[in-house]
Design a protein around this ligand. Sequence first.
Ligand code: GLN
Length: 492
Amino acid sequence: MLTDLTIAEARDGLRAGRFSAVDLTMAHLLAIEALNPRLNAFITVSHSKALAQAQAADAALAKGEHGALTGIPLAIKDLFCTEGVRTTAGSRILEPFVPPYESTVTANLLRDGAVFLGKANLDEFAMGSSNMTSAFGPVENPWKRLRDPDAVLVPGGSSGGSAAAVAARMAMGATGTDTGGSIRQPAAFCGLVGVKPSYGRCSRWGVVAFASSLDHPGPFARTVQDSAIMLGSMAGFDPKDSTSAERPVPDYEAACKRGVKGLRIGVPREYLADGMPAEIEALWQQGLTWLREAGAEIVDVSLPHTQYGLATYYIVAPAEASSNLARYDGVRFGLRKDGGELAEMYGNTRAAGFGPEVRRRIMIGTYVLSAGYYDAYYLRAQKIRALILRDFNDVFSQVDALLTPTAPNAAFAQGENMDDPIKMYLNDVFTVGANLAGVPAISVPAGLDANGLPLGLQIIGRPFDEETVFAVSAEIERAAGFTALPQIRAGQ
Ligand code: GLN
């Protein structure tokens, strides 16, 4: 089936003329037609645009002109502005918003010939770990529990639609954004590879802002090599983003073949959280054994401020969000609900446009930034963030990369963890550190839990050393031999 190919296989098949880009795109559009009414992974499907892009890809291939992704059908998280295609951020407040411009990351993908199938569902403004906060409804994870097959599981969040689309073979790859784990955690829940590159590697220009100092665009794919191909296309300096890094983009695909011989891999002892399920700890140990057998040296290390990561994140992220979301006032973008005078119109618009989780974050954010509490919360969180960054710097003078679990649990059911926001926030315990420090991290599917659900291992590296992270990820992927498939997928 065309929908089962990897990006690398499809790329070779297209270049060899074994099938056309239109065939490949049609196969994915049909899969979306069959599966999306149930999974709800796409908010918007752009049939005609996708077919036009596929025809252009075929014309380019016929002339022997191809980019890294010519004719490859992708899903785009609905947080990336796409010119002429509605971009909602999963929120009522942007429901009618059609951007007049293209984000840099999606423009880079189009430059390299990619086909965009549509816009993927997400938690509202990327705030969440379950895709349950989307104004366009929840996404169903295509994986099922062996012992409770009727339970509807979440795909993780916030990039839940991107992950479900790739896992169910509705797209070959997808873009996501990761502010505290939103690429890696859904990748782990859906049995995919998810890459959060270094801060500054992928431009944030044209990506709807959540927390600007923590937001990282990155790819989802079914293999490490595919994610490397995608990142190579998405990454690069962008003068329109003042935090974009002016560095050449290395050959990530080549880096996947480097092996791990002689690398030093750190095991941060603070990640052995109380109450970590035994099977996740066992998988972590298994991952270390795989790397040792492949010639790496395993070293115990310490990231002493790990325990403050979540608290720091849940001050800094809402603070930045409350400031970023001030722009949705009914005047410039999207929804407007009229009122007697201006302030009333603002209030009516924001009350009608934002869901409960977004309102909670705006309230936390304005509270920690308010004159009386700024020093006690925001300033203190910034200081601890600096210590967390120093922990990573110290550790990377001893080791080349770290290995940890991606999440403290496998996918949970819709409705679970919903009674208490703190329970939901705990899902990010292993992922937020890399966002606070800006270092690259990849989640790789490494095994199944006792209930048949995928579990991920996370590899964290030095700033801008994605190449080593890809090399270690590829080794884990090879050793794990993860071939399990979700129950709900194209052709089933
Ligand atoms: N789950 C985290 C949050 O709710 C991370 C979200 C993200 O990375 N966008 O903020």
